[in-house]
Design a protein around this ligand. Structure first.
Ligand code: C2O
Ligand code: CU
Ligand code: CU
Length: 490
């Protein structure tokens, strides 16, 4: 390099430093020890588009050997070779283009769970698109209208394919939101069922009874790892965006005595106001956005655990608490961050007045001939469903009665809803939900408003074995009921 060009370079660097300094002072610097999240940081999808408002990524579904713990390998089904697949990050209002290729041994699709996309992009075979055949490609292209934590997964043989490892997180950021917390993690909770040789077990274990309970994998994973470790500086706050991507398992998170989860957001972005919780329950498909402040003596560790949550008959007997993440305090003086920030967001609830009443009853029936079980919504399994008619702009009040002995995290595609409490009022703090737990032998009411995206939008239990076992139906929005055909495969 010549002296002149060196001088120019130095001058340029100085200008850059000058330009950057104010920005650096505004952006928050990490308070955590170096490499604190090395064991669990998710790979991120690479944006190949120079336009700052377009995120363009490649997603290849294929088999790959993944390491879930030191020396423990599993032959999984993956996006881009990892479980979870790459984290997709966009800003609210961005256009997202995903070049998807299916190199799995089976047809598949990608569904964007919680994102309000056009029906053609919803990934449900038959209603949105034909399944993407082996070796074929499909381009997903949509705008992301809401900030929040979302996720993606297939919608063909979903119980099997999600269970085999096909899922990834999708975070939509709001550039205007500034909580002053630099240290963020996206945490995908899941499990996988594999034998000692790392071979995936059959997705049909336990037959009809396995379906009734909902099959849980024998390895619990945090960002694709068993029992990863996180280093932390005591007293320094962290923001965790958590997705439950397991196909059946609920997580009831506990950070131990003296620790709370400050819940600031849920499925569809920030809640009305933040609220502290000792435990955080996430049914399959649900998400939470929380602030935590790990605190212990330097060198000690905390354990993020999943404690026993009663999701129905057989869910707490002979079971243990699961250790998820060991959080080791670095040898640094505790940080004094002061109180965690309170967050607020204005959410205008829909009014239940004049809403169309829709009654949905969840049942389990047994065939007397072969003793096999079937879940039903309004006495019909998914393959014989009667859809709920709806028109654009219509507000509906859904009364969902769960008569079965198991809880069901019910998920509606394409729309958010509010959950009502016992007094006909929306549950406070208000939260936009797309997946809600309907506890066993209980009834919950939801308020939903359909917008102008005509199509067949399915809803189903996100215990994917239950969906496959019949607990699936659809909203026929702005389309004649006579045009509805039940779904054969999802
Ligand atoms: Cu996570 Cu049918 O969806
Ligand atoms: Cu969905
Ligand atoms: Cu269910």
């Amino acid at each position: 390099m010549t002296t002149a060009s060196t001088a120019r370079l130095i001058a340029a660097l100085c200008t850059l430093t000058l330009l950057w300094e104010p920005a650096l002072a505004l952006a928050q610097d990490s308070l955590q020890p170096l490499g604190w999240d090395d064991q669990i940081r998710l790979p991120e999808a690479v944006d190949q588009n120079a336009d700052p408002h377009i995120v363009e990524v490649a997603l290849e579904a294929r088999l790959a050997t993944v390491t879930i713990a030191p020396g423990v390998e599993v032959e999984a089904w993956t996006y881009n070779g990892t479980i979870p697949g790459p984290l997709i990050r966009a800003q609210v209002g961005d256009r997202v283009i995903v070049h998807y290729t299916n190199n799995l041994p089976r047809p598949s699709t990608v569904h964007w769970h919680g994102l309000r996309v056009p029906i053609e992009m919803d990934g449900v075979p038959g209603y949105s698109q034909p399944p993407v055949e082996v070796g074929d490609a499909f381009t997903y292209d949509f705008i992301v209208p809401d900030a929040g934590i979302f996720w993606y997964h297939p919608h063909v043989m979903s119980a099997a394919q999600v269970g085999f490892g096909l899922y990834g997180a999708f975070v939509v950021e709001d550039p205007e939101e500034d909580l002053g917390i630099a240290d963020e993690l996206v945490i995908v909770l899941s499990d996988i069922d594999a034998d000692d040789d790392g071979e995936l077990r059959s997705p049909d274990t336990g037959g009809s009874l396995g379906m009734v309970f909902g099959r849980e994998g024998n390895h619990v994973l945090v960002n694709g790892r068993q029992h990863p470790t996180l280093a932390a500086r005591a007293g320094a706050p962290q923001r965790w965006r958590i997705v439950n991507a397991a196909k059946s398992r609920y997580f009831m998170l506990d950070l131990g005595a003296g620790h709370v989860f400050r819940k600031i957001g849920g499925d569809g972005g920030l809640t009305e106001y933040s609220e502290d919780h000792d435990f955080l329950v996430l049914g399959a498909g649900e998400r939470a956005d929380v602030l935590v402040t790990p605190a212990a003596e330097p060198g000690e560790s905390l354990m993020l655990r999943s404690v026993l949550h009663d999701r129905g008959f057989g869910s707490t007997e002979y079971r243990d608490v699961e250790d998820l993440v060991a959080i080791t305090m670095a040898d640094m003086p505790p940080y004094d961050a002061g109180p965690l920030p309170d967050t607020r967001r204005e959410i205008v609830p829909y009014s239940a007045e004049g809403a169309t009443a829709v009654a949905l009853t969840l049942t389990l029936v047994q065939d007397p001939r072969d003793r096999s079980f079937e879940y039903r919504i309004n006495d019909r399994p998914g393959w014989n469903a009667t859809p709920v008619p709806a028109s654009p702009g219509e507000v509906q009040l859904w009364t969902v009665e769960n008569t079965t002995k198991w809880s069901h995290p019910l998920h509606l595609h394409g729309f958010f809803f509010l959950v009502l409490d016992e007094n006909d009022e929306p549950v406070r703090p208000l939260e936009w939900k797309d997946t809600v737990d309907i506890p066993f032998e209980r009834t919950r009411r939801l308020l939903v408003r359909f917008d102008d995206r005509p199509g067949t939008w399915i809803f189903h239990c996100h215990i994917l074995d239950h969906a496959e076992g019949g607990m699936l139906s659809a909203v026929q929005l702005g389309l004649p009921l006579s045009e509805f055909t039940p779904l054969a495969d999802h």
